[in-house]
Design a protein around this ligand. Structure first.
Ligand SMILES: [Zn+2]
Length: 112
């Protein structure tokens, strides 16, 4: 359940930002999660829900999905992918760089 440690990180980032801004209550948190980041969104949300502190008691969690995109080293084309183990659909090459899809970021915190 690494979602629990991710949730802990998120809440740390959020409470630090909120304290710095002198706010008391978090209304919503927007997270960016890449489809290749290996994160179970439902598990993360329920981890966040059950860890909720007074600060985030009524917080709404929003998730922005980032699609996976790989760059084929062999034929130098980009292609969409849902897994790290995909083959290039054009040349069947395996060697690739992941261009996007590994994101895990807190992108927005709304507080009052
Ligand atoms: Zn290729």
């Amino acid at each position: 359940m690494h979602e629990f440690s991710l949730a802990t990180n998120v809440l740390e980032i959020v409470s630090e930002a909120v304290q710095k801004a002198g706010k008391e209550k978090v209304i919503s948190i927007t997270l960016e999660i890449g489809s290749l980041a290996g994160i179970e969104k439902e598990a993360l949300i329920s981890a966040l829900d059950c860890m909720s502190e007074p600060l985030t008691a009524d917080t709404k969690f929003e998730i922005v999905d980032i699609p996976g995109i790989a760059y084929c080293i062999n034929c130098k084309k980009e292609y969409p992918t849902d897994t790290l183990y995909s083959l290039c659909p054009i040349c069947q090459g395996y060697e690739k760089q992941i261009i996007s899809g590994k994101e895990f970021n807190v992108v927005k915190i709304e507080a009052e």
